[in-house]
Design a protein around this ligand. Structure first.
Ligand code: SAM
Length: 482
């Protein structure tokens, strides 16, 4: 058995000793199949997201490129949640399932068929959350920002906003001096949430412009973009004082060019905070030199499926169909919105992802997002540890390559998010997916974006978000390569 410690434990705090002792105890009691044990990989994880998609102990099977079973199997333990008093029995059950003839776990309510993670139903849940945010918040009694680890968004930090405005204003002055400042000054924020950042940014820009008498504010065209109409309405109200310079645009962050192609090469500033971490991803795994794609299937564990049946009246055998209706039609599926939102929130709180690894013949079989070249992935894998599991941040890459063509030759893209800067960091901690209220959160593969940016002719660099101690946010800047 190979043991992977996938986080940086504090001394004496790996959680490994209890697990190893339990395994040795099971061996001594003759409760473990030595053959299974010898080919097992044990993964010790620390899932910092209290709400996530994993049960504390899970098994991942691997299959060949055509779905045939293979010897590789992984046992993953979230040492933060594994209960020492139950460890031995749960490990015995999990390991027995590795060698079992059937891989179906009795009692689970399976909600979808197997598919790569980027096509999981969790993204439809995520979308539903932003489309029906008001219904969720009404029942939960709190705004979405309250679910963030710090209780508020780094998007709205006044000092960060002030610096962002100062940088932008400096660029305008420079262009102005050279006679290159366009008559209309376009700025764009995508994924505007409450609109608080946009409001702060506009207040600050107007004040600076007035104080310096530069006359830029009346020439400003500030675009608020989001794919959620209720969010755009809310954000628009937050920037009411600036209505003469603001427009709202329904836009999918995956392809801003679609709605905004008339602004190609015209936008001087594009900003996103905490949007890339909300876009679909795939995950790739490399073991013994072989690449695997992570396939997933959403399910409700038996206790949750039973509890949901008693609170919502939807029995486990009907939960898959009810969830499909919820995702198609929204929380009015029962004709009683309160009940529908209750069902939605209970399913979301409990939903887990079963995982399996499908071997890929080679890099040519990786489902590459538009903008990512197989050579680039190869280059990235060259910098990665031999054994690694990492995000193929397809949504972020797609968004990036469909945003940069909007940039004015001197314009820049600024993205505040949780980025993994090097491939090695994937061995040092859990990088998602987790749940934040009704949405999905995932770290973004910054190393991948750097490679994609270079291919598209852009420099991508990262700066720490130094405005809040302990913040995990990083700021990505992109400019056209000189
Ligand atoms: C986590 S919130 C961040 C809000 C705000 N930027 C902040 O940091 O406080 C994500 C925002 O992005 C929007 N969003 C998520 N996916 C999107 C997509 N594919 N296209 C457009 N907007 C999206 C959501 O509606 C929401 O407003």
């Amino acid at each position: 058995m190979i043991i992977h410690v996938n986080f940086l434990p504090k001394p004496g705090d790996t959680g490994a000793s209890e697990v190893i002792a339990s395994l040795a105890g099971l061996l001594d009691q003759g409760r473990l199949d030595g053959d299974v044990l010898s080919r097992l990989r044990l993964h010790l994880d620390w899932l910092q997201y209290k709400a996530n998609f994993r049960e504390p102990i899970t098994v991942r099977h691997a299959s060949g490129a055509r779905g045939e079973p293979t010897a590789l199997a992984e046992l993953a333990i979230d040492v933060r949640r594994a209960r020492p008093e139950r460890l031995a029995d749960e490990l015995a059950r999990a390991i027995a399932s590795v060698g079992a003839a059937t891989r179906e776990v009795a009692g689970r309510a399976v909600l979808e068929d197997w598919a790569p993670l980027s096509r999981s139903a969790i993204w439809r849940f995520n979308r539903l959350f932003w489309q029906r945010l008001g219904d969720w918040e009404h029942q939960s009694g709190r705004g979405f920002e309250a679910a963030l680890p710090s209780g508020r968004s780094d998007a709205n930090h006044p000092a960060a906003v002030a610096d962002a405005v100062a940088d932008f204003w400096t660029l305008l002055v420079e262009l102005d001096k050279r006679g290159q400042l366009p008559p209309e000054i376009f700025a764009l924020e995508i994924g505007v949430g409450s609109g608080t950042r946009a409001g702060l940014w506009l207040d600050r820009f107007k004040a600076l412009d007035e104080a310096r008498a530069t006359g830029y504010y009346p020439r400003l065209r500030f675009l608020l973009a989001d794919y959620s109409m209720p969010t755009l309405d809310r954000a628009h109200r937050a920037v009411e004082a600036h209505r003469d310079v603001v427009s709202t645009i329904a836009t999918d962050a995956l392809n801003p060019m679609r709605a905004l192609s008339f602004l190609r090469y015209k936008i001087l500033y594009v900003h996103l905070t905490n949007v890339y971490d909300n876009l679909p991803v795939d995950e790739l795994v490399r073991r013994d030199g072989q690449l695997y794609l992570v396939e997933t299937r959403a399910y409700l564990p038996e206790p949750a499926a039973t509890a949901i049946a008693s609170t919502s009246g939807v029995v486990p055998s009907e939960q898959r169909a009810a969830v499909a209706r919820l995702l198609d039609t929204g929380p009015d599926l029962f004709g009683d919105r309160e009940r529908g939102v209750g069902f939605w929130r209970a399913v979301w709180a409990a939903v887990c992802l079963e995982e399996r690894l499908r071997r890929l013949e080679g890099i040519a079989d990786v489902p590459l997002p538009p903008g990512l070249d197989a050579n680039d992935l190869e280059e990235l894998l060259g910098t990665a540890p031999a054994d690694v599991r990492f995000h193929l941040s397809g949504g972020a890459v797609e968004s990036f390559v469909n945003t940069v063509p909007l940039l004015h030759p001197r314009g820049y893209l600024q993205v505040q998010d949780i980025f993994v800067a090097t491939m090695d960091e994937y061995r040092q901690g859990f990088r998602g997916p987790g749940k934040l209220d009704g949405s999905v959160v995932n770290w973004v593969n910054g190393a991948l974006l750097r490679v994609v940016g270079a291919r598209a002719g852009y420099d991508v660099h990262f700066a720490p978000f130094r405005y809040r101690p302990g913040s995990r946010t990083t700021i990505l800047y992109t400019t056209l390569r000189e």
